[in-house]
Design a protein. Structure first.
Length: 409
């Protein structure tokens, strides 16, 4: 027996669900909206957790998706610290951790990602941090001021941003350890990853590539050392682990939704899952991209934001396709910042100068631009998007040649 009924149920209190709620209202929806989220905080933006908020430059209020009163003004009900335990797709029922049952008209599933955990000896010691939530960043920010040496495990966005923020704002001496040889190599290749590694090193971050963690050592229950399989030992007072995330599709799987090859919930271009009336957005959404011509799943802020909008409009019956080219940004303190468009990887063709911190790398595969990364040349991303959408063939030499006008390509 359902205890109550809502028109739109939004599961997960992250950005995708928040922006979906907003667009349900901005799109003219007047039905009841209930957003159920596991975390104690109302929806917020995660990017500042490794940037401005971690550097103590941004306050909590600036990180929130909307001020506290906005939810009430919009007549959107927030249920925080509450999990959806079961989703019955056929009966259109959700069971909550409060034991309440909610009958819904349609539902957004936006359960995001969980961090991957490092299971090695010593991993339970105090002073070992992960980074996903407001609470994680608040705890790290407070502890960083009390210590000097920090070991960061993982050389991707989270690791590189944290290393920069802790060095720049908290004066920590950071050592980064990672499986790959060069930071961000898996995302952008060795040459471009090497640019970001160089920036970190210039600012005093020690980088140890090709290292697999064997165990942590400590005393009095607190971490004091990282030891790698090759025998490298790094003394530290604090460890931060950023070794990737996995989409949280537990609820989706138990509800019988189809899962795609990239591990997300398989959706149409309108972000509707294999069960009509069940939509997804954000990190778990593996959708049929009309722009890129295949199923893709992307874990980016901007993607979660835009998909929340598309899903919200479609929950109002608009039938909109999600035709946005994925966009990503990352900052290393105020040392450098990058922007990236596209879901693909290919061979980088560099236009401009890495040494001058002024370049765009166009990633080319089978003669077509499939992604682009820029430092200092945001306008180039518009060209890159145009080339991606049109699927035009390009001459790599012309892309690299600064004397040729990009617009003419
Ligand atoms: C520290 C950090 C920095 C980042 N920086 C950048 C950046 O610079 N640029 C960029 O493009 N991207 C960045 N990202 C990625 C971006 O923030 C994510 O892709 C985005 O937050 C995904 O949004 P989401 O709503 O899909 O999921 P999430 O933000 O993960 O939200 C999902 C929410 O659902 C809740 N939930 C899960 N299961 C249930 C359940 N059964 N019942 C109730 N609630 C549930 C979770 O607890 C969580 O609160 C960053 C991510 C992190 C963690």
């Amino acid at each position: 027996m359902a205890s109550r009924k809502v028109d739109h149920l939004l599961i997960g209190g992250g950005l995708a669900a928040a922006n979906c709620a907003r667009w349900l209202r901005e799109g003219g929806g007047e039905g009841s909206i209930l957003l159920v989220g596991r975390e104690p905080d109302p929806p917020y933006n995660r990017p500042p957790l490794t940037k401005g908020y971690l550097q103590a430059k941004e306050a909590r209020e600036e990180v929130l998706f909307r001020p506290d009163e906005w939810w009430e003004e919009q007549n959107i009900e927030l249920m925080l610290r509450t999990s959806v335990m079961k989703l019955d797709a056929e009966q259109r029922l959700a069971r909550l951790s409060t034991k309440e049952e909610i009958e819904f008209g349609n539902v957004l599933l936006a359960t995001g990602s969980n961090v991957r955990r490092l299971q090695v000896d010593g991993c339970e010691l105090d002073g070992i941090h992960y980074m996903r939530t407001f609470g994680n960043s608040t705890a790290l920010r407070a502890e960083a001021d009390r210590v000097e040496r920090v070991a960061i495990i993982g050389g991707s966005y989270i690791g590189t941003e944290i290393a920069a923020s802790l060095t720049a704002a908290h004066g920590n001496k950071c050592a980064m350890l990672m499986l790959e040889d060069v930071t961000l190599e898996r995302q952008f290749g060795k040459e471009i990853g090497g640019y970001f590694q160089g920036v970190l090193q210039q600012h005093g971050v020690d980088i140890h590539g090709g290292q697999e963690i064997d165990h942590f050592e400590g005393s009095g229950g607190r971490v004091e050392r990282v030891v790698t399989k090759s025998g490298l030992e790094i003394d530290c007072e604090l460890v931060v682990i950023g070794i990737g995330v996995t989409p949280d599709v537990t609820l989706a799987k138990s509800a019988g939704l189809e899962i795609g090859q990239a591990g997300g919930v398989l959706c149409s271009a309108q972000l509707e899952s294999s069960v009509p009336g069940i939509f997804t957005a954000g990190d778990i959404c593996e959708y049929d991209s009309p722009v890129h011509g295949r199923q893709i799943r992307i874990e980016h802020w901007d993607v979660a934001f835009n998909q929340g909008k598309t899903a919200g409009l479609n929950m109002l019956g608009r039938g909109v396709e999600h035709d946005v080219v994925p966009y990503f940004f990352s900052d290393l303190a105020d040392w450098t910042s990058m922007e990236y468009v596209g879901p693909g990887t290919g061979d980088p063709v560099v236009r401009g100068s890495l040494d001058a911190d002024d370049f765009t790398a166009f990633y080319v595969k089978d003669g077509r631009v499939v992604a682009a990364l820029t430092v200092g040349r945001s306008d180039d991303l518009e060209t890159a998007k145009r080339l991606m959408v049109s699927r035009a063939r390009v001459d790599p030499a012309a892309l690299a040649d600064e004397s040729q006008d990009l617009g003419s390509l």
